[in-house]
Design a protein around this ligand. Structure first.
Ligand SMILES: [Zn+2]
Length: 130
């Protein structure tokens, strides 16, 4: 255990980008094995080599910046996943719908029968069954 600590001292280690690239490498390997395409298996070593290089890199600032850029690219995906997860969790208690005028995503509690909804974005009023 002390040997690993000594080896990784002053080195970058792993981050989200490393985990993503490792998953991509595993996925490429699986696809290559299933499709029996050796060039895809060979291609899967590229992200793996980059992961190893990044983990043992001593240029911590540069690796952090790479991970930051990766997070910026992926943030809309995470945001959509988070919204979907919330919607799924609240699907029993709330009804989701769009404003007919501005297409804003709205929600109202279920079981209130007919209600007048006022859109918080465009202030238009419309009737909705929940
Ligand atoms: Zn609206």
């Amino acid at each position: 255990m002390n040997g690993i600590k000594k080896l990784m001292a002053g080195r970058y280690g792993s981050d989200q980008l490393s985990v993503f690239m490792l998953a991509a490498s595993i996925l490429l390997t699986l696809i290559g094995r299933i499709a029996s395409l050796s060039w895809i298996i060979a291609l899967s070593y590229v992200p793996l080599a980059i992961v190893v290089y990044r983990m043992f890199s001593k240029d911590i600032e540069k690796r952090r910046l790479e991970n930051y850029k990766f997070a910026i690219i992926l943030s809309p995906v995470y945001s959509k996943m988070h919204k979907f997860k919330n919607r799924l969790a609240n699907s029993k208690t709330h009804k989701y719908f769009k404003c007919p005028d501005c297409n804003a995503q709205l929600r109202a509690p279920k079981g209130k029968s007919r209600i007048i909804v006022t859109c918080p974005k465009c202030s238009s009023k419309f009737e909705k069954r929940t």
